[in-house]
Design a protein around this ligand. Structure first.
Ligand code: KIV
Ligand code: ZN
Length: 539
């Protein structure tokens, strides 16, 4: 990859480290949809997965390599432990990519060596050297990470990095695996590497970090000031535990404060040339796609992409904004693609106009998906006077979400009110094609719907999160329901959008149950405790 030394490389690991957070599991089609959007966003590298981890991971890396790894597309990367079988699987899955990278890693901290790897420093040194060379026999673009670098003995770290570079690592990635360092310590660590690794100029210094103390983004920015040129991050900051450094925060910090950062990259302070090649106007859409497909909600006060990030509540602020936006705003909502709702389509719009607008919004649906989405658009246009881009995005995101339709919601009907017992009747179609119908009462209409579904599909689970958000303002807005449920120690998410939030709630629950059901299918006898109660209500 040829990137000028005064530009920052954005390495997105949403599909690898991001997907490692509980409940964020994505299927292959969903990963592909996110990868396509990451390419539109303009990331330099997509870490598409960990090919050796499972057949599903392998397939995801391979399909992303095939479809997104084009000549002018991003580099496609697979993670691999410093083990030959991992590296071989990564190389195999990456074959279709025009620009492929193998990212191999081994721990270097004494605590990991002693308790996890049970290896000596000299063994780790030899493995790192051998495995980087092995990865190099498949692809030219090899990245090496000393895991838990932040807690490693610096002298040992320098030694490992020197050997990895000597055998061909083009990128050396420095992880703070446990999110421990403060920003100035992180900056010092990068400076130490620049000053003490003799062949460091032959590699790009990358950083990777977790947000356990809420410092990941600040650490990375300090690393940039000290010579890091690649940032490993995820959309909405999702990832293990408290997550990874958030892509949107890093990119916008470097964009808004480019005059501050320019000199650290050897540029004149006043240069307006962007520091990354990210198309910032795609940020908001990417954030919504990732949130919808993973079921990981974005907190309202989250920087850049939170619902309140550009909202001004206090009278003084509103007064200032009306007089001059810059009084209280350091960036424009439009710069992240949060445009005012354009009303483009209505109930008389045809399929062509619909397809064209979706294409403009970056959705490339198959004919089947388009037909389904178009029907939903027509229904929506009948109910809602103004159909906006956000409504269209919400419908398209729902179609992109490929939850296997094992159980299909046929009908939901509720009766509720202040002097009534909330009651729901639900009808489902089973994977075998039977129609089931049952009813239940509950503490509210959603509770009644979920109880009715539970009577039909007897899946022992615990609902741990339920959220409704409106897509646009107004009483006729589409409501998006996101839920997470727990089965044993695994978490499954479901998402759906509808102008009727009870229907969206039912559909989101069915989506999550379908994911759960699918995840359990391959293991023998895994579905023993999932019993479809098809006797009492069968039609
Ligand atoms: O956090 C970490 O150390 C990682 C490595 C595999 C880079 O994710
Ligand atoms: Zn990580």
């Amino acid at each position: 990859m040829n990137v000028p030394s005064d530009r920052i490389i954005i390495f997105d690991t949403t599909l690898r480290d991001g997907e490692q957070c509980p409940g964020a599991t994505l299927n292959v089609d969903e990963k592909l949809a996110i990868a396509r959007q990451l390419a539109r966003l303009g990331v330099d590298v997509i870490e598409a997965g960990f090919a050796y981890a499972s057949p599903g991971d392998f397939e995801a890396v391979e399909r992303i390599a095939q479809t997104v790894g084009t000549e002018d597309g991003p580099v496609i990367c697979s993670l691999a432990r410093a083990i030959s079988a991992d590296i071989k699987a990564a190389a195999e899955a990456l074959k279709p990519a025009k620009h492929a990278r193998i990212h191999t890693f081994i721990s270097t901290s004494d605590i990991h060596l002693e308790y996890q790897l049970k290896k000596s420093r000299s063994q780790v040194l030899a493995i790192a050297e051998e495995m980087v060379a092995y990865a190099k026999s498949f692809v030219d673009d090899v990245e090496f990470s000393p895991m838990d670098a932040a807690r490693s003995d610096p002298q040992f770290l320098y030694q490992v990095l020197e050997r990895a570079i000597a055998v061909g690592a083009k990128t050396i990635n420095i992880p703070d695996t446990v999110g421990y360092l403060t920003p100035s310590e992180f900056g010092d660590m990068i400076r130490g590497i620049r000053e003490n690794v003799p062949n460091v100029d032959q590699a790009i210094i990358s950083v990777h970090g977790h947000n356990d103390l809420g410092l990941a983004v600040a650490c990375f920015l300090e690393a940039v000031k000290n010579g890091a040129r690649q940032l490993e991050c995820t959309i909405n900051g999702i990832g293990e535990r408290a997550g990874n450094a958030a892509l949107e925060e890093l990119v916008m910090a470097l964009h808004v404060r480019r005059r501050y950062f320019n000199p650290f990259l050897g540029r004149p302070a006043t240069s307006e040339t962007p520091l990354t090649q990210i198309n910032t106007q795609e940020i908001y859409k990417t954030s919504r796609l990732v949130s919808n497909l993973t079921g990981m909600l974005v907190q309202p006060n989250k920087a850049i992409v939170g619902a309140n990030a550009f909202a001004h509540e206090s009278g003084i602020h509103q007064d200032g904004m009306l007089k001059n936006k810059q009084t209280y705003e350091i960036m424009d909502a439009q710069s992240i693609g949060l445009t005012s709702n354009q009303i483009i389509l209505g109930k008389h719009s045809g399929r062509n106009a619909f397809r064209t607008r979706l294409k403009e919004l970056g959705f490339d649906l198959s004919d089947h998906e388009l037909n389904k989405a178009f029907l939903r658009f027509k229904e929506l246009a009948d109910k809602k006077k103004e159909v906006t881009d956000w409504d269209l995005e919400s419908i398209a995101n729902d179609e992109v979400q490929r939850v296997p339709e094992l159980f299909k919601l046929e009908m939901v009907q509720v009766s509720c009110g202040d002097h009534a017992h909330p009651t729901a009747t639900v009808s489902l179609r089973t994977p075998e094609g039977d129609e089931l119908i049952d009813a239940a009462t509950g503490t509210g209409p959603v509770d009644a719907v979920y109880k009715a579904i539970n009577r039909l599909i007897n899946v022992p689970n615990q609902l741990i999160e339920f959220s409704v958000q409106s897509v646009t303002a107004g009483i006729d807005a589409i409501g998006e329901v996101t839920i997470r449920l727990k089965y044993g120690d695994r978490i499954f998410s479901g998402h759906s959008a509808n102008t009727d939030i009870i229907v969206a709630s039912a559909q989101a629950y069915i989506n999550a149950l379908n994911r759960l059901y699918t995840a359990l299918q391959p293991a023998e006898n895994a579905t023993d405790d999932i019993e479809v109660v098809s006797t009492q209500g069968q039609v």
